[in-house]
Design a protein around this ligand. Sequence first.
Ligand SMILES: C[S@@+](CC[C@H](N)C(=O)[O-])C[C@H]1O[C@@H](n2cnc3c(N)ncnc32)[C@H](O)[C@@H]1O
Length: 216
Amino acid sequence: MDRKLSGKTIAMEAREAVEKKLFSPSSARNSGPIADVLCPLLKSHALVLEIGSGTGEHGEAVCRRRPDILWTPSDPDVTSRKSQAARARESDGMQMPLDLDVSRPGWSDELPDVDILVCCNVIHISPWATAKGLARGAADILHPEGRVFLYGPFLEGTASAPSNLDFDSSLKARNPEWGVRALADVKTLFAAHGFQLEKRIDMPSNNLSLIFSRSE
Ligand SMILES: C[S@@+](CC[C@H](N)C(=O)[O-])C[C@H]1O[C@@H](n2cnc3c(N)ncnc32)[C@H](O)[C@@H]1O
């Protein structure tokens, strides 16, 4: 289901609503594996900012395991923010959501620095301007030792999974500005903002976790 926001089409995963809290089947599947990778990366009392948090399930899953951290979800979509707020009311570490669209210049200007910027399943299902804004904002907002955590499908040339190539075609049919991003392009983009790929982790269903840190 896609939603119109300020004239732009925003992609939403399939969701079911229960009292404002939204649930997505894909988040139910991947929240555990994502938390497995993220939790060891988080120092004690880490400040986390998540971009495009959707239903808010990833933040809730990590906060359940790591009650010491502060996790701020965000989304440009108001229905998603309501779901994130419903989860924040029930989870000690989860903060009230922010209205952030990272394709807007200056989105990070008024925000405090954070230890880790998390972005799952967003940059393929929005224009490339979103990835560019994310990388630009990361350079602005992350502590010197901070990291960017990206999760989702990526293309890796001839090694690309057939399911990701099919997904790429279906995204482009929905919106020519969307598409599964090439890992090489994402690395080049983040390198231009002073980040190197520290770790690439294979995840279920041909997804990847990517951890970027500042270049030495
Ligand atoms: C496919 S959903 C993924 C939601 C969640 N991260 C997950 O993995 O289940 C994509 C989300 O990205 C958000 N989004 C799209 N464009 C964005 C932008 N420019 N800045 C921030 N979030 C954006 C959408 O509103 C939507 O909630």
